[in-house]
Ligand binder design. Sequence first.
Ligand SMILES: [Zn+2]
Length: 239
Amino acid sequence: MAERYKLASGIIIHRNSLPNGDLLISLFNQTGKLRAIAKKGKKLGGNIARMSLFNDITVQYYQKDANSLAVLTQVQLNGSLEKLTLPEIYPYAHILAEMVDKLSQNDLSEPKIYSYLASGLKGLSEFADAEKITIIYAWKIIQQAGLAPRLEHCSICNKNELSNRFNLNTGGITCTSCNSGVYISNEVLEYLQTIHKTTIRAMLEHKLLNSKEHWKLLKNYSSYHINEIKSLASLETMI
Ligand SMILES: [Zn+2]
């Protein structure tokens, strides 16, 4: 019954080896996320070692219904960005992959988020400034998911005399009368405003200042509006 088998290609955004030897992966492509399992002891065509995080693969699988896990029968490697495994790059690539994993659901069409993820990972493997690339792409991905912060007008009353307080609950900057939330410097606010108004290519020309403040805001904002991004929390202890 060959027609029961399906094919899918995409980037591995989540990988988890279970204690029983099975391997769980999430594959992300233009049409969304596929959660799949490579069962230990079941013959798998291709090389299971190729199923590393961030690799671009094509899989053959079968699936009982749309809500059940896909069971892999074959895997083929399309491309791998070797530099992403370097210890100084890996945590940043992990942030983008985990963010997409937390934002995406099965069968949700996300072509633009896919292209941000693919070009973000490529950027990390080609350019030196991993910090800047990750911050820009992370906010672009959040924006594409419809969760962009409010940065031009007060997120409480809509006035535009802005203060240096960012309210996580209302999802953005506040004005001088509402004045509530966590501190945000002018540099970080301007940088975020620019990210949301311009292209990534243009953004790469802007100097990133106050990176610690950026990471903290990105972590807190994600926790509040998406889910806890564990790789962001582990990065914070590193920097
Ligand atoms: Zn206000």
